[in-house]
Design a protein around this ligand. Structure first.
Ligand code: IMP
Length: 484
């Protein structure tokens, strides 16, 4: 042994394995089992800490699911991209990093330094379908992990794989019970795995928001990063952990659905965060933003609100017609000499599409799609209720939208249309509610920008009403139900 210590850890490995196997069979909740295994592994190996990281449903990110001995700040150091973070483990190999402060394989070297991490041992966790996660062992002093250390870590990883397999079986059975329609069975192992890997949300609104993101197939990570926002000398005195991170948009989302006095405090933290980390993109969704967002999909306190009257006309008929004429002229010029396919999503786009197509001076064909704003019973997918009637392969497609709000619908639709291989794909929207954007999408033609107000008329509805108004207006004061 090169460490100068006696073979102390090795001597205890057999007993530790026996203990760990007992924990694995204990019937405790899944994540508690993982934490307990991490604790026993840390103690047995005489190391600083250990983390069980499982691959997410798409095998893109590693999610710390159980741990011991590591600070919250280290566990929430940021998103861990599986293919960047020590990819050798994902190929089924055991890896040893003896000096984490210098090794290029360490994705967050500063975080490792702050945590005092020196050496790392990583072993794969195998399931029937291949590598499903990693077990990582961390030390505070330089350590050359012995063959026994490696064997021990691999044995622990094998026990974790069994725990995971058992949990999948349990969850499949639970989900197969015909208890409630909302939880109707969805038997694919993917669903079960994603349920197991669902974080413990600290507020029901977070779970709802996660469902909404899943619905649009937008990747998200829950609280992957903690930002120190105040220090006293070298000591961190205040931290802030945004609720969600959307990797594709490189944007953090903070939901502030709670009491007003807490929001003031949260705003202060976000101001500090923005000052200290100017490159970080963070979007705050306050209570009313959030309620409106959910109401749009039939959830939340506003979903059952009564229809209100119109409070203000934003754009009258003549203004709309003039603006549509300008857009049509621009489109006709940009696409001169070619034919376009206008694709609209029912029903909101119907007035705009009808006027726009008449004003375009080029040959056009028109396609309509239908999309359901309700997820399936498992709550995970967008439903296209009506697809394209003819192929758009090799054609110039112009997606025509009534309004782009968060950008989630449009992102989903653009991905769908791209998969049909058009020659070109652009977007024309009548209204752009830019202030509420969560997903950045490129808009090529924009009619009007609107503020953060719910608008109706000229095809746009509120719970099915107002589509027939010849103007665009805002609704009366935010509708409220008795519960709010
Ligand atoms: P997004 O996915 O959040 O961008 O939402 C886009 C869809 O939400 C639109 O196609 C509309 O159907 C609906 N929507 C968003 N804001 C409004 C509004 O103010 N009035 C009516 N419908 C809206």
């Amino acid at each position: 042994m090169g460490r100068g210590k006696l073979n102390a850890p090795e001597a205890g490995y057999c007993t530790a394995i026996k203990d760990i196997a007992t924990v694995a069979r204990s019937g405790l909740p899944f994540k508690r089992i993982l934490n307990s295994i991490a604790r026993r592994t840390t103690k047995a190996m005489q190391v600083a800490g250990c983390a069980v990281m499982l691959l997410d449903q798409r095998r893109e990110f590693l999610i710390p699911t159980g741990s011991y001995g590591l600070s919250d700040l280290y566990l929430r150091k940021g998103s861990i991209r599986a293919h960047r973070s020590i990819p050798a483990i994902l190929n089924g190999r055991t890896i040893i990093i003896s000096d984490a402060s210098r090794d290029p394989r360490i994705e967050y070297p500063q975080a490792a330094r702050d945590e005092g991490i020196v050496s790392v041992l990583g072993v794969p966790i195998f399931s029937k379908d291949g590598v499903t996660g990693e077990l990582r062992i961390y030390t505070h002093e330089k350590r050359r992990f012995s063959p026994s250390d490696r064997d021990f870590a691999n044995s622990v990883a094998a026990i974790i794989a069994l725990v995971l397999e058992k949990e999948v079986t349990i969850q499949s059975k639970v989900q197969a019970q015909p208890i409630a329609v909302q939880q109707a069975p969805s038997q694919s192992p993917q669903h079960v795995i994603s349920k197991i890997r669902t974080p413990d949300f600290s507020h029901p609104s977070e779970a709802e928001f996660a469902r909404l993101l899943d619905f649009y197939r937008i990747d998200w990570l829950y609280e992957p990063r903690t930002f120190p926002i105040k220090r006293d000398g070298g000591r961190i005195t205040e931290m802030f952990t945004p609720d969600f991170y959307l990797p594709e948009m490189d944007t953090y989302i903070e939901l502030t659905t709670m009491k007003q006095h807490l929001i003031t405090e949260k705003n202060r933290k976000i101001r500090l965060l923005r000052q200290l980390y100017p490159d970080i993109k963070i979007r705050l969704l306050n209570r009313s933003d959030y309620a409106k967002l959910l109401a749009k999909y039939g959830y939340g306190p506003l979903a059952s609100a009564k229809v209100q009257g119109i409070s203000r006309v934003l754009f009258n008929h003549a203004q709309i017609q003039r603006r549509v004429g300008v857009l049509a002229k621009r489109i006709s010029k940009d696409y001169a000499g070619s034919e376009i396919v206008l694709v609209g999503v029912l029903k909101g786009v119907l007035c705009f599409m009808a006027d726009l197509m008449q004003k375009i001076s080029l040959p056009v064909t028109v396609e309509f799609m239908g999309i359901s704003y309700f997820a399936d019973a498992a709550g995970e997918s967008v439903t296209i209720t009506k697809g394209l009637d003819t192929s758009i392969k090799g054609k110039n497609v112009l997606m025509v939208e009534d309004i782009v709000d968060t950008g989630m619908t449009l992102k989903y639709l653009l991905e769908h249309l791209t998969s049909h291989e058009p020659a070109s794909l652009k977007v024309c929207t009548l209204l752009d509610k830019r202030i509420r954007r969560i997903i950045d999408v490129k808009l090529d033609y924009i009619g009007f920008e609107v503020a953060d107000e719910f608008v109706v008329g000229y095809g746009l509805d509120y719970r099915g009403h107002y589509r027939n108004l010849p103007f665009i207006g805002t609704l009366g004061p935010t509708p409220v139900t008795e519960n709010t």
